[in-house]
Design a binder for this molecule. Structure first.
Ligand code: GUN
Ligand code: ZN
Length: 431
């Protein structure tokens, strides 16, 4: 048994309301899993044989989780001037065509995973492209790093360029083959991924529903009610349904394993259905601002809703969950509410793990959890060093990190106890 002890300031969440903060703390790891965490002096005495890594005053936290991101869209971040439907047609679809080449998938997946780790993100729920090989490439790279990742092949059979379309039948067969190949292989998990109602025929949404019935423990991800023109188009395509959400409900796609990106424009009746079915919402602040989609009301809960926070790159503008929190805070301000720093860091750790039903594995430091953790440096830039030097409470320090922080505030990232990113030793690539 290999024992490791990491010392520093420890922060993790036990629930939405409860956190544990140990200013002089130690995290004990045995064979890639959390053994315990607690007071540094006590634990160093208790485990004299352990390898010790001292992180000084830096903050040790669980790895951050991104619940909605498109790895093939790295090359369309910062594409000018359009809202959702034109942005998809003019920039995104052409960029996704490149992923017919498995080598593009491999190199992009490797780059993407490196970027996630540098940004302190250790788990993400990820869209591939329509090409099954894009998902093979992603899971191959993730398996090599032993990161816990969720991914799926996009299903789309209409309203997209012909070169990007599959069929209802081929999408079902290809998705099933990927499930058989990757779901629960090591730390990899499969997500059935109909892009959105606009790009799927009723036959394809039926196929997506059938995949969920045939494989009850896979996930589902799609987009919902992001943009007004999108919603109008869905109403034209599905005139018999009561609402956009009702399209997905009709094909059996709602439930606790289903995450719907955006949901900016759902009315209270639909939010109630989301709540009743346990369906998940992924709030994507940088994307909603960048594409001019609207202001999601995080604290508007006509019924108890499960909302995670996500980057949605390349509609989103940063892979950093710290920058994602920065923009989430501003959207809340515009809605007249405040996203507190403790709520924010709960959300990007345990909260997002709960949303993905993975809180029995990741999200905090209770014994037996997979040891995915990060070391945050509140002095990541000279200005951050200056500002954080004035902080007199944990909350103030966390707020400084979420408003000013980005990859420069991530000193190190560990996956199953292995260091995969160390800013002090960085030579460019994750090792
Ligand atoms: N709706 C359908 N596809 C997409 C996508 O790739 N990005 C975003 N933001 N919304 C979508
Ligand atoms: Zn998206």
């Amino acid at each position: 048994m290999t024992l490791q002890i990491h010392t520093g300031q420890i922060l993790h969440f036990l629930s939405a309301q409860t956190h544990e903060y140990i200013p002089s703390g130690a995290l004990v790891i045995s064979d890639g899993k959390v053994l315990t965490c607690g007071d540094k002096t006590t634990l160093l005495q208790q485990y004299p044989e352990a390898d010790i890594t001292d992180h000084g005053e830096r903050l040790i936290m669980p790895g951050m989780i991104d619940t909605h991101v498109h790895y093939p869209q790295l090359d369309v971040i910062a594409s000018y001037g359009e809202q959702l439907l034109d942005w998809l047609n003019n920039y995104t679809f052409p960029a996704e065509d490149a992923f017919k080449d498995p080598e593009v998938g491999r190199t992009t997946a490797q780059f993407f995973l490196n970027e996630l780790l540098k940004n302190g993100t250790t788990t993400a729920m990820v869209y591939g492209t329509v090409h099954p090989q894009s998902v093979d490439a992603f899971f191959e790279q993730s398996s090599a790093l032993n990161t816990r990742m969720l991914c799926g092949k996009v299903m789309m059979d209409r309203n997209a360029p012909e070169y990007l379309c599959d069929t209802a039948e081929s999408s079902q067969t290809d998705s099933q083959a990927l499930i058989d190949r990757w779901h629960k292989k090591g730390r990899q998990l499969y997500v059935v991924t109909p892009r959105f109602a606009i790009t799927s025929t009723p036959e394809q949404l039926t196929a997506a529903g059938q995949l969920l019935k045939d494989n009850p423990d896979v996930y589902l991800q799609t987009h919902l009610a992001e943009n007004k023109a999108e919603i109008a188009f869905v109403e034209e395509l599905y005139p018999d349904r009561d609402s956009y959400l009702d399209v997905y409900a009709h094909y059996g796609l709602l439930g606790p394993r289903s995450t719907f990106g955006h949901c900016v424009h759902l009315d209270d009746q639909d939010l109630k259905i989301m709540s009743d079915t346990g369906s998940r919402i992924a709030f994507c602040p940088t994307s909603n601002l960048f594409l001019g989609s609207g202001l999601f009301r995080l604290h508007h809960q006509p019924a108890p809703l499960n909302v995670s926070i996500a980057s949605d790159v390349g509609g989103g503008t940063s892979l950093s969950m710290l920058q994602t929190l920065n923009e989430a805070y501003k959207i809340c301000q515009l809605n007249g509410t405040s996203l507190s720093p403790l709520e924010a860091f709960y959300r990007v750790t345990l909260g997002n793990a709960e949303s993905l039903l993975l809180d029995d594995r990741i999200g905090n430091f209770t014994p037996g959890k997979e040891a995915d953790f990060i070391v945050l440096n509140p002095a990541g830039t000279p200005l951050m060093e200056r500002r954080s030097g004035k902080c007199t409470s944990l909350e103030e320090l966390l707020f400084c990190l979420m408003i000013m922080g980005d990859d420069r505030a991530v000193a190190a990232t560990y996956v199953m106890g292995n260091c995969l990113w160390n800013a002090d030793k960085a030579s460019g690539d994750v090792h």
